[in-house]
Design a protein around this ligand. Structure first.
Ligand SMILES: O=C(O)[C@H](O)COP(=O)(O)O
Length: 236
């Protein structure tokens, strides 16, 4: 029975500082490194091994994956980076203080930006130095593919082709996969996998560095889904 482990990166420096991050390439905090080590040890201790690993173009997810693989003695497995697993693009909010913005725009507006399905945060201007079009790593993307702000719906729209082209065919062929990604790119994937309704998605939060494991049957249907927590498996 193939399995898929989804892991949100450990705490980043901007999670710690409570700033909107999105496509900004900040690294893990010391606590994030520690959380990633624990996730790797836990997966290893529970007997998991993976055939292939996937992550985004952002270092907090890449480093989480590497730390997990190191603690599983699995640094050798093939690893693919796909920009479509990046965090949702937070537009002009990137770098801003979440609490300060709540003071200015109100709790409800900030909640809409952070958790709703369809609301897009304010866009980055094309000449804003924070725009991803200035970053060499996105050179291979079509101009229309580089976002200036994304709703969760936009994020789902680019994550799903990655699922269909990269992840699903490998699971169908019997491979066990690990994906280290982000709070909102994983919310988008989980929404699709579990058929969560648009109006129920604001209630889904993915914790930092806790493996969320899906076991699939031979028919491709999900048999079981659980978090692998320190205290043991938590069925979902
Ligand atoms: O991009 C960010 O700021 C975080 O990774 C996720 O933030 P959120 O919990 O505000 O969506």
């Amino acid at each position: 029975m193939p399995y898929l482990a989804l892991i949100r990166h450990g705490e980043s420096q901007w999670n710690l500082e409570n700033r909107f991050t999105g496509w900004t390439d900040v690294d893990l905090s010391e606590k994030g490194v520690q959380q990633s080590r624990e996730a790797g040890r836990r997966l290893h201790g529970s007997g998991y091994t993976f055939d292939t690993a996937f992550t985004s173009y952002l270092r907090r997810a890449i480093r989480t994956l590497w730390i997990v693989q190191d603690h599983m003695d699995q640094m050798w497995i093939p690893e693919f980076k796909d920009w479509r697993l990046n965090e949702r693009h937070y537009g002009a909010l990137q770098g801003e203080d979440k609490a300060a913005f709540q003071e200015i725009y109100g709790k409800e507006q900030v909640h809409q930006w952070r958790r709703s399905y369809a609301v897009r945060p304010p866009q980055l201007e094309p000449d804003d130095p924070r725009h991803a079009r200035f970053e060499p790593k996105y050179r291979g993307l079509e101009p229309g593919e580089i976002p200036a702000a994304e709703s969760l719906a936009d994020t789902v729209h680019r994550v799903l082709p990655c699922w269909r082209e990269q992840l699903q065919p490998r699971l169908r062929a019997g491979s066990d996969l690990v994906v280290a990604a982000h709070g909102n790119s994983l919310r988008g994937l989980v929404k699709y996998l579990e058929g969560i309704a648009d109006d129920a998605i604001p209630h889904l939060d993915i914790p930092l560095a806790v493996p969320r494991i899906y076991e699939f049957g031979d028919d491709g249907a999900i048999r079981r889904c659980f978090y692998l927590r320190e205290e043991g498996e938590e069925e979902l």
